[in-house]
Write a protein that binds this ligand. Structure first.
Ligand SMILES: Cc1cc2nc3c(=O)[nH]c(=O)nc-3n(C[C@H](O)[C@H](O)[C@H](O)COP(=O)(O)OP(=O)(O)OC[C@H]3O[C@@H](n4cnc5c(N)ncnc54)[C@H](O)[C@@H]3O)c2cc1C
Length: 390
């Protein structure tokens, strides 16, 4: 049996490790566009802040792959999948045949396509090394700019605070996660940031960077904002034309069933790139968090080797913005929810919002109320009714 895995992030690597445990004689090939051994993206902000040395972000040593008898093709990109003849093609033209294939390609940051020295993205270790370099080279009185209102924007806020860089943040909505969180949660966040000296430019559309060779600022529809470093946090998008070209169904992500198998037998997917059918929520969802990626990596390996177990996890993503805790649990799609219920208030400094479908709690967003986390995760797992939370 030859298993081929595209993507050497946490999903692909966990799957490779699990497949090796399940089958000591299988041939396993892990193809990874990045040159580095698997590392923790979660630890990258800690590395920038100097809390974790660079070598500690790695989850595997370079000799691990050989020791596991896993063929590791690093710095190689898959450009084509041929399901009928069961092979993938690399950008250098090499063809690799497979019996079972896993697509675990994550996502790539959305770019502003207007880069000058001083613009930073934050997805990969290479991005992070670049950011560390930019921060080191900043003059003492430098200003920081951020464009975006999601998880990565929070990371930039925390980082700039650590280095005492006065910050302007601009985003398209009224507040962070304007499509997901309530107005009240958004107000708490805005007030908290302003109290901490952050300048907020809401309802602003990015137009261009300012500066010929070196960044001097950025322009939005709300004006010009001066800064020497600009962090872009616009989210990720999968690059999967080569997947859809192969006849594999693709919507927001690579579509798969509850067993993480795509519409083409023996081709599976998992992690950030997957749009999977979740029986708990009764719909297809995408999840972009570490817990989901790792758990899917483990499960998909078992299903690739013949098991048939449905994916079932109430995953969550916890972060903070300058010390204010923000936690997303379960299915937090506002469009898919039939009803939402809000607890707490702006005045108290914390709100919890429940997302309800079929009279069942399917998700929750907590801002400044992390003490609700354990109880709510359990209630979502138990498919509880909203009145069971108080
Ligand atoms: C800075 C940062 C901090 C984060 N912090 C948290 C956190 O605190 N908590 C949390 O839950 N989540 C966090 N996340 C999100 C979490 O890291 C991701 O959900 C997780 O890493 C996704 O793993 P993955 O393996 O699915 O995808 P990825 O990690 O994106 O890995 C996919 C790999 O596939 C490679 N690839 C893509 N296309 C090809 C191709 N055609 N051929 C070969 N290789 C290819 C890519 O280069 C990449 O290396 C954070 C993310 C970032 C960037």
């Amino acid at each position: 049996m030859h298993y081929v895995i595209i993507g050497g992030g946490i999903t692909g690597t966990t799957a490779a490790e699990e497949l090796r445990k399940l089958d000591s004689s299988a041939e396993i090939t892990l193809i990874s566009e990045e040159e580095h051994a698997t590392y923790s993206r979660v630890l990258l902000p800690h590395y920038v802040r100097g809390k974790v040395p660079r070598e500690r972000v790695f989850l595997k040593k370079e000799d691990w792959y050989e020791a596991q008898n896993i063929e590791w093709l690093r710095g190689e990109t898959v450009v084509k999948i041929d399901p009928a003849n069961t092979f993938v093609e690399l950008s250098n033209g090499r063809e690799i045949s497979f019996d079972k294939l896993l697509i675990a390609t994550g996502g790539e940051v959305k770019l502003i396509h207007d880069d000058v020295k001083g613009v930073s993205y934050f997805r990969t270790l290479d991005d992070t090394d670049h950011l560390v370099e930019l921060l080191r080279a900043l003059p003492k009185d430098a200003r920081g700019g951020i464009y975006g209102g999601g998880f990565i924007a929070c990371e930039y806020l925390n980082m700039f605070q650590t280095f005492q860089i006065p910050t302007t943040i601009a985003f398209r909505g009224e507040h962070f996660w304007s499509h997901t969180i309530s107005k009240e949660a958004g107000m708490i966040l805005n007030q908290h940031l302003e109290k901490n000296g952050v300048e907020i430019i809401a309802n602003a559309k990015f137009e261009r960077t300012v500066g010929e060779k070196v960044l001097e600022g950025f322009e939005t529809t709300k004006g010009t904002h001066l800064c020497e470093i600009l962090g872009i946090g616009l989210g990720i998008e999968p690059h999967f034309k080569f997947v859809s070209d192969a006849g594999i169904e693709v919507r927001e992500g690579v579509v798969c069933d509850q067993y993480l198998e795509t519409n083409i037998p023996n081709i599976f997917t998992g992690g950030d790139v997957a749009e999977f059918y979740d029986e708990r929520y009764g719909r297809y969802i995408r999840a972009g968090n570490w817990m989901n990626a790792m758990t899917q990596g483990r499960l998909v390996a078992r299903n690739m080797s013949g098991e048939k177990t449905a994916f079932d996890l109430v995953s969550s993503y916890a972060t903070n913005a300058l010390g204010l805790e923000i936690i997303f649990i379960g299915d937090t799609s506002r469009e898919a929810a039939e009803e939402t219920k809000l607890f707490g208030s702006v005045e108290s400094g914390g709100v919890t919002e429940l997302f309800v479908r079929n009279n069942q709690i399917v998700g929750a967003v907590l801002v400044g109320r992390n003490s609700d986390r354990t109880a709510l995760t359990k209630l979502i797992q138990e498919k509880a009714k909203p009145e069971q939370f108080n």
